[in-house]
Design a protein around this ligand. Sequence first.
Ligand code: BGC
Length: 808
Amino acid sequence: MRFGHFSDAAREYVITTPRTPYPWINYLGTEEYFGLISHTGGGYSFYRDARMRRLTRYRYNNVPTDVGGRYFYVNDDGDVWTPSWAPVQAELDHFEARHGLSYTVITGERNGLRIETLYLVPLGATAEIHRVRLTNTGATAKGVKLFSILEFNLWNALDDQTNYQRNLSLAEVEVDGSTIYHKTEYRERRNHYAVHAVNAPISGYDTDRETFFGLYGGWNAPDAVVAGHCHNSIASGWSPIGAHQIDVALAPGEVRDLVFVLGYVENEPGAKWESPGVVNKAPARALLQRFSTSEQVDAAMVELRSYWDDLLSTFTVDSGDPRVDRMVNVWNPYQCMVTFNMSRSASYFETGIGRGMGFRDSNQDLLGFVHLVPDRARERILDIAATQLPDGSAYHQYQLLTKRGNHDIGSGFNDDPLWLIEGVAAYVSETGDLAILDEDVPFDNDPEDTGTLFEHLRRSFHHVLHNRGPHGLPLIGRADWNDCLNLNCFSETPGESFQTTENLAGGSAESVFIAGLFVHCAPDYATLAEAVRAPEEADRARRAAAAMSAVVLDHGWDGDWFVRAYDYFGNKIGSSECDEGRIYIEPQGFCVMAGIGVESGEAVRALDSVGKILDTDHGIMLLQPPYTSYHLELGEISTYPPGYKENGSIFCHSNPWVMIAETMVGRGDRAFAYWKKIAPTFREEISEVHRLEPYVYAQMIAGKDAPRHGEAKNSWLTGTAAWNFVAITQHILGVKPEMEGLRVQPCLPAEMTKVEVTRRCRGAQYRITVANRGESGSPRLAVDGQPINGTVVPYGPAGSIVEITVDC
Ligand code: BGC
């Protein structure tokens, strides 16, 4: 069942009922100011850091689930309603929410009044616009009272929700005409404040929450709205809000626009005050001037659209199937950009106060946006590398504002360092910018201890070689990619963190997954070594990878699939010897991607086992059978009920590894079939089962052992976005930038007979036409009409257009 449809021309998802199976959200903002917005107007906003600079308040896991946002209420002669349906939930004659690229439009109509609100954050502004368009669709004149409302957050989101003995005596505001200024803590160390304004005279306002709602009132029926007038309250402590009242008269057919602005404003520390106790409003006035007319808002929309036009023209496909094209051309790269901006901080599943930037996650996210914003990817790489520790290990997380490693979590996740190699290799392949390898980058942000970026990669690579266990496989440390496989932890204390608890000394648990990842990144690492004129290091890397492959085949092969790990005691995990957790997805994907067992047959066998044991109608499960009880020696993975999260869900992040692996053995049909199972545009038809947004990937879909098999959780901020983009574009459609040239090696399903791709890379434009005549055989390429050997097309000069035809 669907709850809306795609509008491909507008690049929007159009939701046609407020009663979606879960709040379906979108993101506003592309630079420094961001907002989350659900299809019924819920959500919140922040400047740069969702925890430290939160502008508006939102309460997670609420009842009903999504309440708190930027809302407009109507009192039409006693009839109270909200055009976003929530929070009043009065039935609407018409409802529509359109989520587009960094903007949302929500329309509600009732009793002859249509209200369409456009929400966006203009480029170059630290503010969001809510343009409210009121249309009298009836035959008689209308006089209504319109109220705006949002609740201010006292900046630090964690403190805001926990420290009431202080918070409830802090709030301060000013009101000047139609502008409400939120200035809590401005009297002391802050030099920033928020504004909430409208470009029209108002007939009232409220800034004190209790006055507006009533102590016993709620979002569904605020006292002021029901009474039909605000009280011009000035917040003093308690909870500050920004509410305007505007009395609107509309003749039949008349349309009126109101432009509301919610902005973040900073003053120079020396220029905070206009007069004692009165904030300097000059920058706020300048900001409001920029968005004081509807035409200015239209112009901001045009700019925003062309920003996305430009980004999305980097890669386009015409596959003949709109479900493929809209995913690849629009929604997947859009989600990748959101993961670039948010990392794992703020979504409807991440509260914005928890996890900062993950070392591993950020490097993987980069694979999905490096082609869109290469300069920003470069900066990101250097920031990440600067948190690496001198011995090559890495802080597991770092903070975006400080760019420092997070001491609370520390290091010891032994896959982390290798992801830096994957990220840098992708960046250099995309851009050809070898100079980045010579950049001087600190270790642990210590300016006294620096090395070239290549030296960082060298330490990453050797960190694995220096940390091997009894079988010669990499030691897992706290965990590897699977954060919940905590093999040295042995935690017996309720509530203790599996990620930070002191591990048992002498832990020698080993990871076959890290071995696969090591072998996978070795060829790129060797090529980068050659680029910095270190041929011996390149040789060493290639030999080390060959040796590691042999170790995997000796100690990491179980007969029908790759073993997952060895535990603290040297017992196998992910083996037919086990009762539960007999087979895991990760090593099947990554070992095959690394080429292990491709020649000798283990690869196909492993992938066949995945197909037989782990595959479901909703995607590939992480493991089978799931753990039915807590295992001290395994850690967090066994804390989840069977079928959820790492304990046997369809963990979508790792599915694309199997898709890529299938293309490694030439099975495009299988690769594509796996992709379709988790691609949101293909799951749109079963939205009542999937429940989350049909335009972005979710991290997890419940596995077959969970009662809610097929139900997704944790949409938006997941490495699933980047890896699926890599799988579909670089391996199935087969267009992959490499160091030497653009590899064009499609591995298509039979149903895709003709495909056209355009790809911008290193300043040239590649136009690729693929004729698919079957699944097997090596593709034959012609470049500008001339057949070439192999599948790597040398990069054309900047500004050139390169025509490529492929027969496969
Ligand atoms: C984390 C990843 C991790 C994955 C699997 C995600 O929640 O962000 O770093 O690889 O879970 O455990």
